[in-house]
Design a protein around this ligand. Structure first.
Ligand SMILES: Cc1ncc(C[n+]2csc(CCOP(=O)(O)OP(=O)(O)O)c2C)c(N)n1
Ligand code: SF4
Length: 284
């Protein structure tokens, strides 16, 4: 009988899926920063990307579609000693989760948001997503998408994010350096990852991304501290800028709101049982 080589913890993403590149980069970033696994929490949304925390040796939470950011925010605010990452898809973050995304950008809690952008809904079999290009033909837009695609990094900068980067799963080394910088940034960091869906998106494949990305890190004129420069680069749709796109130092929500001595999850809350009971009764 043929030996079954599949192990329960082996990733089940399609062969060639871009998420493998992100997975490798994320592991490399955690190793290079020497963060102990028990100090890391990865919160995921629903989609192919959502399986990532199943395979990562850390704490994880696979939540509801579009809700990775509020959960990650809650975890970080209740225990600020943890490294908290929210991993979403382009549908998860920019469609159903768009409200949470905008508020996370402006709130500036010290968490890292990674958006796996394959320009399609992968898990549900290839429907058009908010980042699918105009004219994109899929089961949900059989005559071609009539909508303008949304640019997550551009929206993030306008919404007040203090660290915005874009990487490519086909260049895990570059992506590792962006994730490392994002995790060490004090405040909210967004790293959008261009990630081919080899099964459903036959247009934006690895070759297409390679031909269309431009590394901003290579430009001597590019200054990631200059918001106008970043916005101009992102509004020029002739190429897809990748690299560290924008960074601003400013106190995080955590700096401004949390007690410095210990995580609020560990604070002793002096609950007055009588008052609590009366309050509960009010709601009955
Ligand atoms: C509230 C709710 N609405 C819709 C769905 C169905 N659904 C599951 S995953 C998904 C989209 C996944 O696309 P994306 O977030 O881009 O992730 P990918 O699979 O491409 O990684 C949708 C619409 C759901 N699970 N929950
Ligand atoms: S359907 Fe697409 S995104 Fe999902 S695992 Fe397969 S290649 Fe990756």
């Amino acid at each position: 009988m043929k030996e079954d080589k599949y192990h329960l913890n082996d990733p089940t993403w399609c062969r060639g899926c871009g998420i493998y590149g992100l997975f490798a980069a994320l592991k490399q970033a955690a190793v290079s920063l020497q963060i102990p696994p028990e100090q890391v929490v990865i919160v995921t949304g629903i989609g192919c990307h959502g399986r990532l925390n199943n395979y990562f040796n850390s704490y994880g939470f696979h939540g509801l579609h579009g809700r990775a950011l509020p959960v990650a925010t809650g975890i970080r605010l209740s225990n600020s000693s943890l490294t908290v990452l929210a991993v979403s898809g382009d549908g998860d973050a920019y469609s159903i989760g768009i409200g949470h995304f905008i508020h996370a950008c402006r709130r500036n809690v010290n968490i890292t948001c990674i958006v796996v952008n394959n320009r399609v809904y992968g898990l549900t079999q290839g429907q058009t997503s908010p980042t699918s290009q105009k004219g994109y033909v899929s089961v949900s837009s059989p005559f071609g998408s009539k909508e303008m695609p949304l640019d997550g990094p551009l929206l993030a900068i306008i919404s007040g994010a203090t660290f915005v980067a874009r990487g490519f799963s086909g260049d895990p080394k570059h992506l590792t350096s962006l994730i490392t910088k994002g995790i060490t940034h004090n405040g909210f960091s967004l790293i959008e990852v261009l990630s081919p869906c080899v099964t459903h998106n036959k247009i934006n494949n690895t070759k297409w991304f390679k031909e269309n990305v431009v590394y901003m890190d290579d430009s001597t004129h590019y200054r990631a501290e200059d918001r106008t420069t970043a916005l101009e680069a992102l509004m020029d749709k002739s190429k897809i800028p990748i690299g560290l796109l924008y960074r601003k130092e400013q106190p995080s929500f955590d700096d401004l709101s949390l007690p410095s001595d210990r995580p609020i999850g560990l604070l002793e809350l002096d609950v007055d049982a009588k008052k609590l009971k009366a309050l509960m009764e009010d709601f009955e």
